[in-house]
Design a protein around this ligand. Structure first.
Ligand code: HEM
Length: 547
């Protein structure tokens, strides 16, 4: 009996000590986080009103209350930062939901962080758990600088302008399937979510470039594409602040299953290509990401050593992570960029007319020849200045991603007036949405004006250097940007040749009535959280055959 009592009281003592310990730990962390901001505030650093208990959470809530539910964080944070036009950034205290942030919406500071300072290669450690379910482990996006360098150098070869042109015939094949699916909707005359079908299309596009294979996910189930899409739907960008999404009991099992499915598919493809290489010779190799990875494995073997019997297990693991990263990064933002191009053209009939005139001028009056002309002479895509201007202006207003760097001791960012701001202990989030709509650097910032990309430096609309950065700049910029431009130009030329796409939010909202705010900057297609930034409701639309 006495021993039993002793057992219970020691358990109570352990629990008590654990509770007090946890409380003290949390209190200490919170106190440290808040006092760092109190110090910054006393120094007059730019930030919204700060609360000792809530940090900046109340200031964020106030902005969120003025925006629709589900709005993307970049819109919320960008609009907070733009309230500090003099510095072009502000500090945000997000504890306990995140580390301190410097929210940058000025090109001056973005250039320093990504192109000029010691920070330019540094991505925050916090990205690792965010990317892990998508990539399966360390990849180009979040690996250490030493590990990143050789992989990036090797993949850069695959993304050279000349190599990318070799992918174009494959892109045209996939675009024709996409156009067929859109034409089926035109025949039905129904309202459907364009972004949903475009995500499967861009998955097939990136499958061609990464794996040199047809995933056919536009027309049916594909183990790799569907596992990745499911992984993304369980992931969500705001999981860090949404406990239900983060701690859902089923989530670990679904993620484990999806991961296994993706790894098995990629592993089989790697082995197939490896076998082919062994049987034939390296002329069999394409310029796909996967073949480049296998080549790098071969070249990494010590010279004179016998040909390896099989692919090394550690190599397969990292190569699989890299391929998963390319599939994710290569389809998500490309889809929303394509959809927003169609949105901008539907809202700007003059631009639509002008882009079609350019296509006629370059490809000739028989629009049925456009796909074969692009396939046979891919470099023709380099002769489309107005189409390029449409894409750039769309990406200015609706950038799909943003840039992020880790701050470091002794590294300051300097604003336009020469004031210095410490980065130590913060993550620097360069919000492209806010930067691209910052009226200090852009004339008529909220208007869609493709012509700004066609005027000379003497013109008031001529863009300020470094103010357009949807792919970021510097050594860790987006490796896929050249591919994206080729893809979107192809899509616009092929689809606009026969079809008109227009938003159908009115019909959609009648079918799915909801309460609350539904417009941002006079636009129903505002950007929402879906891993990347996607159009609200996945862009309900209608398609019609062109007259
Ligand atoms: C519209 C489409 C796209 C947008 C807006 C976009 C944007 C970005 C941005 C903003 C970054 C971060 C750069 C930085 O922090 O400095 C990035 C990185 C990256 N992107 Fe893209 N991207 C797009 C498409 C693609 C495609 C098609 C691929 C693959 C083929 C790709 C692969 C990557 C990779 C691998 C990185 C990490 C690069 C590194 O750290 O070395 N992206 N992208």
């Amino acid at each position: 009996m006495q021993t039993e009592n002793l057992g219970v009281s020691s358990l109570v003592a352990v629990l008590y000590t654990a509770c007090v310990g946890t409380f003290l730990y949390v209190f200490f962390k919170g106190w440290r986080a808040r006092s760092a901001f109190v110090k910054l505030r006393k120094q007059g650093m730019p930030m919204p009103p700060h609360s000792l208990i809530f940090g900046h959470l109340l200031a964020i809530k106030k902005v969120l209350d003025s925006l629709p539910t589900g709005i993307h964080m970049v819109v919320t944070f960008g609009s907070i930062s733009r309230k500090f036009p003099k510095s072009g950034f502000c500090y945000l205290d997000l504890w306990p939901f995140g580390v301190p942030f410097m929210i940058v919406t000025s090109p001056t500071m973005a250039i320093q962080a990504t192109q000029q300072s010691d920070l330019m290669l540094l991505r925050p450690e916090e990205l690792k758990p965010w990317f892990a379910p998508l990539t399966g482990g360390e990849s180009l996006f979040d690996m250490s600088v030493e590990a990143w360098k050789p992989w990036r150098a090797m993949f850069n070869l695959g993304f050279s302008a000349a190599n990318l042109l070799t992918h174009v015939p494959g892109l045209v094949d996939e675009t024709l399937v996409y156009r067929e699916i859109l034409a089926e909707h035109a025949k039905k005359g129904d309202v459907f979510q364009l972004d949903k079908i475009t995500l499967r299309f861009t998955m097939d596009l990136i499958g061609r470039s990464v794996l040199n294979t047809r995933l056919n996910s536009q027309r049916g189930w594909n183990p790799l594409a569907d596992a990745l899409l499911s992984q993304i739907s369980w992931h969500g960008s705001n999981e860090e602040v949404n406990p239900w999404q983060r701690w859902h009991p089923l989530r670990p099992f679904v993620e484990w299953h999806n991961s296994r499915q993706m790894n098995r598919f990629i592993g089989d493809e790697l082995q197939k290509r490896w076998k082919l290489y062994q049987e034939k010779n390296d002329e069999e190799f394409s310029t796909s990401i996967m073949d480049l990875a296998i080549r790098s494995f071969i070249e990494s073997q010590p010279s004179g050593s016998p040909k390896p019997e099989k692919l090394d297990k550690d190599f397969v693991k990292v190569a699989t992570n890299q391929i998963r990263l390319f599939l994710f990064a290569g389809h998500d933002t490309t889809s929303s960029s394509i959809v927003y191009c169609f949105h901008m053209l539907a809202r700007n009939p003059t631009a639509l007319k002008r882009i079609r005139e350019e296509h006629e001028l370059v490809f000739g009056s028989d629009s049925s020849q456009i796909p074969s002309k692009i396939s046979s002479k891919p470099h023709i895509l380099n002769n489309l200045p107005y189409t390029t201007a449409i894409i750039k202006e769309t990406m200015r207003l609706y950038p799909g991603a943003s840039g992020i760097r880790a701050g470091a001791p002794g590294v300051d960012l300097v604003d336009d007036d020469g004031n210095r701001y410490p980065t130590e202990g913060t993550n620097i989030w360069i919000i492209h949405h806010g930067l691209h709509r910052n009226s200090k650097y852009w004339k008529r910032a909220d208007e869609f004006i493709p012509e700004r990309w066609l005027v000379g430096p003497e013109h008031e609309l001529y863009p300020v250097k470094g103010a357009w950065r949807p792919f970021e700049h510097g050594p860790r910029n987006c490796i896929g940007q050249g591919l994206v431009m080729l893809e979107i130009k192809t899509v616009l030329a092929v689809v606009l040749a026969t079809l008109d796409i227009s938003p159908a939010y009115e019909e959609w909202d009648k079918m799915h009535p909801s309460k609350g705010i539904e417009m941002v900057d006079n636009d129903r297609a505002y950007q929402i959280e879906k891993c990347g930034a996607h159009p609200a409701e996945m862009y309900p639309c209608k398609v019609a055959f062109k007259n």
